[in-house]
Design a protein around this ligand. Structure first.
Ligand code: HPA
Length: 281
């Protein structure tokens, strides 16, 4: 099956079973999935029930869509995402967000756990993503273009919406939540990086490194979605951290900061929702 056929098959199923039109898709990273249970839930849909949907296999990721209202805004939340390191093509990994775009989502709010590279970063920090480096992973747009979704050569000058960055910055300031800012780099994983790789990424301008997100942002921009993203710095990257890295440490650190993170995300969604209603720039 081509990626387009897979998407259409998945969409047919979801459209038949879900009577909900999300305006915003929230992707929840490792350790952050609990937020989905705190929205006003209308419906849930397990990934495993959707035909052609790649299965999420990582522990700490639940694997379902939660549809409901957050601060009155109709949203879909992904509890668990699909990573390329699980063996999927980039096009498969972005099928979920394309699906939600077809369901009506015009905003993509990305969250993830990431390793901190920027000088002065500490585990537990939050980083507003201002731009990204996706050069180390294949493009999700590779292959035949989905003309129905977007153009062959989409512009990527402003992947992360400046007006949404401004909203998130303001919300964090008002809530007294310190917020770093920087460039997210997507590495292939699943192994964590070597210290030499981290030194290279730092020289290239990366402030945080993770194994998701950048291809999702590219696919979303292709579809014309407006994107924003926040990384939870779960650990200092290899060679900066004094200890070896582990998935358990990453999940535990993300868990530990989840309360503040959820506040930041909730208030940001409320304000983003308002900006959509009023067309505020
Ligand atoms: N590297 C890559 N991905 C990650 C890291 C890291 O240090 N921490 C959380 N996700």
């Amino acid at each position: 099956m081509t990626p387009q056929e897979k998407l259409n098959t998945a969409y047919e199923y979801v459209a038949k079973h879900i009577d909900f039109c999300p305006r915003l898709l929230l992707v929840l990273g490792s350790g952050l999935g609990g937020f989905a249970e705190k929205i006003e839930i209308v419906e849930t849909l397990d990934y495993a029930d959707i035909p052609c949907f790649p299965k999420s296999t990582v522990t700490g990721h639940k694997g379902r869509f939660v549809f409901g209202y957050c601060e009155g805004i109709p949203i879909a939340a992904m509890q668990g995402r699909v990573h390329m390191y699980e063996g999927y093509d980039a096009a498969d990994a972005v099928l979920p967000l394309r699906l939600m775009w077809m369901m009506g989502a015009e905003v993509l709010f990305l969250t993830n756990a990431a390793g901190g590279i920027q000088e002065g970063m500490q585990a537990g920090d939050f980083m507003l993503i201002t731009d990204q480096i996706a050069s180390f992973v294949p493009s999700p747009l590779r292959g035949e273009n989905f003309d129905r979704i977007g153009t062959r050569f989409p512009d990527m000058t402003e992947i992360y919406s400046r007006r949404f960055q401004k909203i998130i910055r303001t919300i964090a300031g008002e809530a007294g939540i310190p917020l770093k800012e920087g460039v997210y780099l997507q590495a292939a994983g699943p192994a964590y990086e070597s210290p030499a790789e981290i030194r290279m990424y730092r020289m290239l301008g990366a402030d945080a490194v993770g194994m998701s997100t950048a291809i999702e942002a590219v696919a979303a921009r292709h579809a014309g979605m407006e994107v924003c993203g926040i990384s939870c710095i779960s650990n200092l990257a290899a060679g900066i951290s004094p200890t070896p890295l582990s998935h358990e440490e990453v999940k535990a650190a993300a868990d530990a900061s989840s309360e503040k993170f959820e506040l930041l995300v909730r208030k940001s969604i409320a304000e983003i929702g308002r900006s959509l209603e009023h067309g505020i720039v």
